[in-house]
Structure formats: C-alpha cells, structure tokens
Design a protein around this ligand. Structure first.
Ligand code: ATP
Length: 373
C-alpha cells in the first residue's frame, strides 16, 4: 500500500449473480469514497470460480490466491455453478479455500432487519431485529472437507474438529464484538450455541467459551443447544445479541437468519481472521435468476459497508467508518418508506432500481448533512 489512505481491494466477482451485483457495487463504493474523501479504493479483479474452472481446469489460480493474500481486503460476489463440479462431485468453492488459506475463523453474519420491509415473522419486534451470528469458519465439521471416508460403499465418516487455539480466538472476537455493540445500546451478551449435551467436541467448545467469558466480566455470557436455538430464532429472535457457534451449525443457522430478514439478498457477511478479511453476500450464485436483473444487491452493498468499517477500524481511518455508516444509512433510507420492495420479497425492485434508490438516498443524506453544518 503506497498511500496509507488508498486501500488495495482484491475483487472476486465469481459466478452467476456474483458479477451482476459486484460491478455496480464497485461503482457505488467509488462514488461514496469520492463524496466522503479521506480514502480511496484500488480494485483489482481476479479470476476464480466455477466458470473459470470449466474454462481452464483451475478454480482458484495461484496468481489470484497470491494477490488476494496481499490485498488490504477482499470483496467476493458468489461462486459455484450447479452443472460444474470437481470429479468427486463436490462444488467449486474457492470461497472456502480463501477462508482456510487466510485463516478467516470468524464468520460474521449480521441479522439486522432493514426498516420498511415486511418480514416472515408477524410480531412487530421482527421489524427491528438486530443480532449477530458468528460462525466459526475454518474447522468444525468443515475440517473434514475433502477428507471424509467411505468404506466398501457401506460406511461414510466425516470428522468434526474443535481446536483450543481457534476457539479462543473465535470467542475473544465474539466478546469484542459484543462490547462494541454494547457501546451502541445492545445488551452486551454472547451466547455459545452448541450440542455439548451429546458430543465431546462441543463440551470442549463450551468449556473454552466459559474460560474466555470469565475474562470478560463486563459482558453477559450464556449457552444454548443448537436445536433450541433454531426454535428460538423463529419464536423470539429479538432476545439475541451475539451468538457464536461451530461451522456447520453456523452454516445452517445463518440461512435461517437470512430468512428472518427477507432472504439471501438482504444478508451481508464477513469472514475475518487476524490479518485478512473477505466480505461477501450470504447468497450463492442463484442460477435460477441469473440474467433477469432480479438479483437483490442489498447484501452485496451491506457487505461492502462492512468492509469499509473493518478497514476503518484496522487502519484508524475514520473516513472509511463514515463511508460505511453512510452506506448503511442510505440502504435504510431507500427501503424505509415501504415502496422499494425487492423481487425476492414479492415486489418489483430489481438490481438497477435498488442501486438507483441507494444513490438517491446518499444524495439526500449528504444534502441534509451539508444543510446542518
Ligand atoms: P449456495 O449453495 O452457493 O449457498 P444456493 O443454491 O443454496 O447457493 P442461493 O444461490 O443463495 O442458494 O439461492 C437460494 C435462493 O435464493 C434462490 O431461489 C435464489 O434465486 C435466491 N437468491 C439468492 N440470492 C439472491 C439475491 N441476491 N436476490 C434475489 N434472490 C436471491
């Protein structure tokens, strides 16, 4: 990084609707950077994904891997195509390689309801839902990726791995996040979601959680079984603040979380490690809507805002944090009137319409800010 206020962003648009939401998102990021000032983004687009594998036989080229590892942050669209598979039948998923390569142990999945939309839960509290699910992202059941066994076509096994090192870092990350949220008025509570009543691995996971909780006496800490958590995510998710869980459980619960806030196109995410981070919408490549213009870009936009916030914190660049806040506020303003309803939620707003509404909201917010100064 030559200039400390210029950030090098590795961009992996990927497959399906990935590039459809990524390209306009880069435009939006440049626009916000020029309006806010104080930082700039240098994008470098890298090939990776299922289409690249189909065309070249390589899913994630070493050059892409090296550039991604040297960038200040990584922005990812979505990867995978249903008809393109490795010879063993598994999906092309460089996004998982990235997590393992760069040790991105903390998968941050905010479950925040954007105002103005109708959500599946009828309770009025569903409209102000705001909790965060943290999915451990490099071990758990996914440690078995590519290593499962099958004996005589009779018995298959996959092994779930929990390590002290990663668990401690995961829980410390969770408590830090809860503390930052507490400063903004949230309860400051972390819930460890596990299956400690059945599995040794989860009893270990829970015992490490308790050790780290004891080091954070200013915050609340409790436990819940994953099955009860699934029930309570539907019955009363407004009671949650920060939930932390194993990789596979987090994979499943984060889709449930996305459902609570309107669908995959509304759900942003980040995978964060000690030195690197990837920001990507929770959704996949959505082959059923590719090319229709119906992809909801909100998750991509909010993931980009998470990236700016992370860069701002990491490099003490307040302008980045301001830009992140501006994007989130603009998304909220665009939807709050209730007229902008994504296709995904039964409305008629596709990718372009949603981007236009967010640009318009940015102008309104900046004008209001200028008038107030
Ligand atoms: P993966 O296995 O990669 O997570 P998937 O096939 O399970 O992918 P998605 O690709 O996320 O899941 O698609 C699930 C459903 O959600 C599909 O019907 C898809 O059209 C819809 N969907 C996903 N993302 C969006 C989006 N951004 N806008 C609108 N609909 C979306």
């Amino acid at each position: 990084m030559s200039n400390p206020s210029e950030f090098h962003i590795a961009v992996l648009p990927g497959d399906g609707i990935g590039p459809e939401v990524m390209a306009p998102c880069q435009g939006l990021l440049d626009h916000v950077a020029s309006k806010v000032g104080g930082f700039a983004l240098r994008f470098e687009t890298l090939p990776a994904g299922a289409a690249h594998y189909r065309d070249t036989g390589v899913a994630y080229p070493d050059t892409s891997r090296a550039v991604a590892a040297s960038a200040d942050a990584i922005l990812l669209g979505a990867m995978g195509l249903p008809d393109v598979r490795y010879p063993d039948g598994t999906e092309i998923s460089p996004q998982l390689d990235l997590r393992f390569d760069l040790e991105l142990y903390a998968g941050v999945r905010p479950v925040r309801a954007v105002p103005g939309l109708n959500y599946p839960l009828a309770d009025p509290r569903a409209k102000t839902l705001d909790f965060v699910l943290i999915r451990e992202s490099i071990e758990g059941l996914f440690a078995s990726r590519g290593k499962g066994t099958l004996e005589d076509n009779q018995i298959a096994t996959d092994t779930l791995v929990i390590t002290r090192d990663v668990s401690e870092k995961l829980f410390d990350f969770s408590f830090d996040l809860a503390r930052r949220r507490k400063e903004k008025g949230h309860p400051g509570n972390v819930t460890c979601v596990d299956k400690a009543n059945v599995f040794r691995s989860f009893a270990f996971f829970r015992s490490i959680f308790d050790e780290r909780a004891a080091l954070n006496p200013d915050l609340g800490a409790d436990h819940a079984y994953v099955d009860a958590t699934a029930l309570n995510m539907v019955r009363g998710p407004w009671a949650f603040d920060v939930l932390v869980t194993e990789n596979m459980f987090g994979d499943i619960l984060s889709d449930l979380g996305a459902g609570l806030i309107g669908g995959m196109g509304m759900a942003p995410s980040a995978d964060i490690g000690d030195n690197h981070a990837v920001f990507q919408p929770c959704h996949g490549t959505a082959p059923d809507i590719v090319g229709t213009g119906k992809a909801n870009p909100t998750a991509m936009i909010l993931s980009a805002a998470m990236m700016l916030d992370w860069l701002g914190d990491k490099h003490e660049n307040a302008a980045c944090n301001q830009a992140a806040d501006l994007i989130v506020a603009a998304v909220d303003r665009a939807f709050e009137g209730g007229d902008l309803v994504p296709n995904e939620l039964g409305g008629d707003a596709g990718t372009d319409v949603i981007f236009k509404a967010v640009y318009a909201a940015i102008e309104q917010l900046l004008a209001a800010q200028a008038a107030a100064e």
